[in-house]
Design a protein around this ligand. Structure first.
Ligand code: AMP
Length: 195
């Protein structure tokens, strides 16, 4: 059984937490480009040095760099055999095309795309709260506003592409963690995806 999922949502939508819960239920690894970049920055790797200033400013890391990281990770045996839950990739139309090509070359496709809908004011409030707890260096007020602008202009439109393919589940992301998780599971169950 292979399950290939994508979770999309603005920063502060809870997609990291929900993504982990869904991935656990389906027994697939979470593939988060943001986590991969943060681990490299923390470890002081060549990649980390290359992307630190970009991520701190809230800009997108170039597509070729990000694409290579994703195809490397998705080529590992766990992702090939069991599938995956992508979090934070793809984030624009070019990345959707790159992922399409990668999956097609493995005779695969996404089974479902979960879109977490959260109003901008709520996202800002949640990120501001997280900044105090985690102290992420890209959670300054300017960087947060910039990331949400990029989300609205570049990432939100990819939902339409997946909606046209019939794989999009639009989920109301406002509520308790449990309520939102239940909504996601209900949508995935309706697609007969087996947990
Ligand atoms: P995230 O944790 O998903 O919000 O990602 C943190 C930062 O990593 C983003 O603000 C970007 O700078 C970078 N990043 C993560 N995923 C991508 C992606 N798919 N394309 C470009 N940059 C990305």
């Amino acid at each position: 059984m292979t399950t290939r999922l994508l979770i999309v949502g603005p920063q502060g939508s809870g997609k990291g937490t929900q993504g982990q819960r869904v991935a656990e239920a389906y027994g697939v690894p979470v593939v988060s480009t943001g986590d991969i970049f943060r681990a490299n920055i923390k470890g002081g790797t060549e990649l980390g040095l290359k992307v630190k200033a970009i991520t701190d400013a809230g800009n997108l890391v170039p597509d070729d760099v990000t694409g290579e990281i994703v195809s490397d990770r998705l080529s590992q045996s766990d992702a090939i055999e069991r599938g995956f839950l992508l979090d934070g990739y793809p984030r624009n139309a070019a990345q959707v095309a790159y992922l399409d090509d990668f999956l097609a070359s493995h005779s695969a496709a996404l089974d479902a795309v979960i879109l977490l809908d959260v109003p901008r004011a709520e996202s800002v409030a949640r990120i501001t709260g997280r900044a105090e707890i985690e102290g992420r260096s890209d959670d300054t007020e300017d960087a947060v506003a910039h990331r949400l602008d990029i989300y609205e202009s570049e990432t939100a439109p990819i939902a339409e592409t997946y909606a046209q393919r019939g794989v999009l589940d639009r989920i109301d992301g406002v509520g308790t963690l449990e309520q939102v998780t239940e909504r996601i599971f209900a949508a995935l169950d309706a697609r007969s995806l087996i947990r």
